[in-house]
Design a protein around this ligand. Sequence first.
Ligand code: UDX
Length: 432
Amino acid sequence: MNISIIGSGYVGLVSGACFAELGNQVICADNDAKKISDLKQGIVPIYEPGLEELIVDNLKNKRLKFTSSIKEAVRASEVIFIAVGTPALENGEADLTGIENVARSIAQNMDGYRLIVEKSTVPVETCAWIKKTIAIYIKKKHKFDVVSNPEFLREGSAINDFNHPDRIVLGLETLKAKQIMTNLYQPLNAPILITNIKSAELIKHASNAFLATKISFINAIARICDKVGADVKEVAQGMGLDNRIGRHFLQAGIGYGGSCFPKDLEAFITIAEKLGYDFGILKAVRNTNQEQKIFVLQKIKDALWIIRGKTIAVLGLAFKPDTDDLRNSPSIDLINALIQEGAKIKVYDPKAMEKAAKILKHVVFCKDAYLAAEGADCLIIATEWNEFKELDFIKLKKKLKRALIVDGRNIYDPKLLMDLGFTYLGVGRGNG
Ligand code: UDX
């Protein structure tokens, strides 16, 4: 099939590269000319495992093209995905300016039937607005359909998530749209759920909000665990073995971050408010996530007494492993709070250092975990990169001024570290 994807961010690039890999002719468009000229040479602006190889391969075999001309993209393809950003406005609402602009451009440039597929995370009824907008600006009376096809891929495992989705949700209205979309996704051999458009739009928000709720719930349980001497990992395991609960998204830590959960939760709270519903549960989820960062900061303060003048090593900057994405990263919030308190910060992250250098001032960037630990009064694990799980603790202990580890992601065995002479503080591991 001939497909265009408007918006070459995370979702757009991963979807574009994966659809090309499935054998489609794909054009990825973006109005950032520099980004497009880089992508044409195989320079990918984000770190996502496997993405660069996929883009380079498909550029070579000419199944993938990049353009800064929406017109070219719209003219060349019957199926057009909208994957532009929907950043948060000050009041928490999603800014849909990008979506409206794209809808207008599609209308002005289409020269025959087009299937417009909305993939960005948007409030319910956005597809209805896209439909109206196209109907207003369309030049000739060409036919078109609008489909809602929310994306569930996670950063760090986006390509695998694209190729092996738990489900593909298609909110649509016509048989033609159904045929095209099911043909497109047929090679993935995954369960397809066909719904009405508004349900599909809601599924995305409801899913992300539910996952964030699971995380805040287990973080709240971690608080109780610390007070009574229970271990949240054991509690989560015991809960997760119940199939009705499930074991995923029950890892306590320094709170969720990233480009989706914080923004989507805020947007969903605002959507509900506009509809006259006070979504109290989600407000509590948001507050628990905020509190979690303060809770970890307090742990560090309790252990160090005075923060001012102390050297603190932070391992992990990205909001989760296997990405260089720093958006809403709890690690960055923690570092900024520690700097405010007067700490000297040394950091190391396997992939996110370059991006961090643009936003973090007054920190020392180190080439590896041991250099970061050198002379530090405390070492914090802020992102659970695999390489931090395999550190040489004897070497690490020699480097640290004080053998104090605050394991913000619960990646270590407390007993093992304590036996080696470390003071170990996890999140909800029952030790204060
Ligand atoms: C999320 C959704 O999972 C995905 O379906 C959607 O399309 C986009 O948003 P992403 O933000 O890439 O994906 O990462 P995810 O793995 O969901 O993690 C989000 C945050 O939650 C991270 O900061 C992570 O550290 C945190 N998290 C996740 C926890 O603190 N505990 C957990 O058990 C799981």
